[in-house]
Design a binder for this molecule. Structure first.
Ligand code: DC
Length: 238
């Protein structure tokens, strides 16, 4: 077979991998490693919802006791989200209107407001359109809450990650401490469980396991074990 044939074959074999699940189940860790191994694009869709939330906070549209939903909806055209690959980090960082906000969106403040923002249909519509465009050529690993159900219902491989709330809060707590945030484990646990509740019960695209998704409970699994399991599933499908 000539070189063109080989390229065609490679392109045709590329698949879409959707990784959904509850907050802090380690989706992005696995998705990043998987994308690296397969030479696929990785897209963290949670970062996109966090970017809109960050915008809303900066513009004074959301706070402890107020949320100007209509004003945020009217501002959506002013929000441009993009990703730029950072060679040193080995993954793409998220930008809001040209500004790198990769670290700024990982605070507990953004985590507190992100679920109400992600429940707005107009926000979801805008971001889902962009996500579908990013995956149109396949060869993509995308993680989120609605990837296998709404964004790519025909994805060749769908994974649904779970773990106990305590395991997840512990992981997120350690991660935030390492990033230099000063907070308590209970605050993190409360945030994780509240987000799960809002994300699973919202009207538009709630977090549910797709009927054809493969569930992985990683409470007691190493990252290596999870990756090996998923690689085998990928090999079956390619
Ligand atoms: O993956 P994450 O924890 O960074 O996501 C932040 C929030 O964004 C999450 O609580 C729910 C929302 N989200 C969503 O509604 N749909 C997605 N595809 C990804 C995230």
């Amino acid at each position: 077979m000539g070189a063109i044939g080989k390229i065609d074959e490679q392109f045709m074999n590329k698949i879409v991998i959707a990784i959904d699940g509850f907050s802090s189940t380690g989706k992005s860790t696995i998705a990043k490693l998987l994308a690296k191994k397969l030479n696929y694009i990785y897209v963290d869709t949670g970062a996109m919802y966090r970017a809109v939330t960050y915008f809303a906070i900066q513009e004074g549209l959301i706070g402890a006791d107020f949320f100007h939903v209509d004003r945020l909806i009217n501002c959506l055209d002013e929000i441009s989200i993009s990703f730029k690959f950072n060679k040193d980090l080995g993954f793409a960082e998220v930008y809001l209107n040209g500004k790198n906000i990769e670290n700024a969106i990982r605070t507990l403040k953004v985590s507190k407001f992100v679920s109400p923002v992600a429940a707005i249909s107009e926000v979801r519509h805008k971001l889902v359109q962009q996500q579908q465009l990013m995956g149109k050529d396949k060869g993509i690993v995308m993680d989120g809450r609605d990837i296998g159900t709404v964004v790519f219902p025909d994805a060749e491989l769908k994974i649904f990650m779970t773990a106990s709330a305590e395991t997840r809060a512990n992981r997120r707590f350690k991660e935030l401490l390492e990033r230099g945030h000063n907070l308590s484990y209970n605050d993190v646990l409360e945030n994780v469980t509240t987000r799960d509740r809002i994300d699973s019960t919202r009207e538009d695209s709630p977090l549910v396991k797709a009927h054809d998704a493969i569930e992985i409970d990683n409470s007691d699994l190493t990252i290596e074990a999870q990756l090996n399991t998923i690689i085998k599933l990928v090999e079956d499908r390619i």
